[in-house]
Design a protein around this ligand. Structure first.
Ligand SMILES: Nc1ncnc2c1ncn2[C@@H]1O[C@H](COP(=O)(O)OP(=O)(O)OP(=O)(O)O)[C@@H](O)[C@H]1O
Length: 249
């Protein structure tokens, strides 16, 4: 067996990470390790702490206690842009203020932050091909369908060539067909040691993309392991009780 990875070799490493809001413990002593190159899904019922944990990774939420290491760097107290600069890509909802920008212009802005400073035009061409969005290249963001807009936002992440990608509910509001396409896209974003972490409610989607999942419950890690074993676990099924259709195959 190979030796366990040191925190230095991991994409994400948290130690006893906690976030409290007054009396509410939203994240409770979470120890999370995600290897470089790994695709990990974070799941859990409503209020489990997924969004709060996610925000501690992106720099939107400071921990109350514990440590967060990203790509080998201790990032406690880092702002979002400082975390982004380490090579972290976070898919955000692009504000409607940018509705007048074309797909091409949006991707150019993102490609200007490419990690290896590759020529912007070449990066944009590659991303458009990977996303199969060539046909809407000159269209304005405001004229895109919901799915297309989400894919452009994924493209803006990809255009920076991140080492770690963080995605919060990437298929929210998508049709079955759009969800399937998004699964393909996310799988195609792997490679070159790039880790991807996805917070998601849609279990069909999780089953499509995940190998390993971490289940949060009441702020703490309930289970962590291979997707099939974890979703078949009676304790995991229990916490989804009443919402079992989400867990069923
Ligand atoms: N800014 C805040 N102030 C006070 N309490 C908060 C805040 N943000 C989250 N919480 C509480 O922390 C707990 C975890 O919430 P969080 O949104 O992280 O869960 P979640 O797993 O993402 O839930 P959902 O799936 O519904 O989005 C909940 O009890 C929530 O009410």
């Amino acid at each position: 067996m190979s030796a366990p990875a040191s925190p230095q070799d991991l994409a994400i490493h948290t130690e006893d990470l906690s976030v409290r809001f007054g009396g509410v413990v939203a994240v409770d002593r979470v120890n999370l390790s995600v290897a470089r190159g790994e695709l990990r899904c974070l799941i859990g019922p409503n209020g489990a702490g997924k969004s709060t944990l996610f925000k501690t990774l992106t720099g939107q939420q400071a921990p109350s206690a514990g440590r967060v290491r990203i790509l080998g760097r201790e990032v406690n107290g880092f702002e979002r842009h400082e975390i982004a600069r380490l090579g972290v890509g976070v898919k955000t909802q692009v504000s409607s203020v940018f509705d007048g920008l074309t797909v091409d212009a949006s991707l150019r802005v993102a490609a200007g932050r490419h990690r290896a400073r590759r020529p912007v035009g070449a990066v944009v061409d590659e991303v458009l091909e990977q996303l199969r969005l060539g046909a809407v290249r000159q269209r304005q963001l405001g004229a895109l369908s919901h799915g297309q807009r989400q894919w452009v936002e994924l493209g803006m992440v990809l255009a920076t060539d991140p080492l770690l990608v963080l995605l919060d509910e990437p298929v929210a509001g998508m049709s079955e067909e759009e969800t399937a396409r998004t699964a393909e896209l996310i799988l195609s974003m792997r490679g070159a040691g790039r880790a991807i972490v996805v917070v998601e409610h849609d279990m069909r989607f999780v089953r499509r993309i995940a190998e390993r999942v971490t289940v949060l419950h009441r702020g703490a890690v309930l289970r962590d392991g291979a997707v099939d074993a974890v979703l078949a676990d009676p304790v995991v099924r229990d916490v989804y009780l009443g919402r079992e259709e989400h867990v069923r195959a």
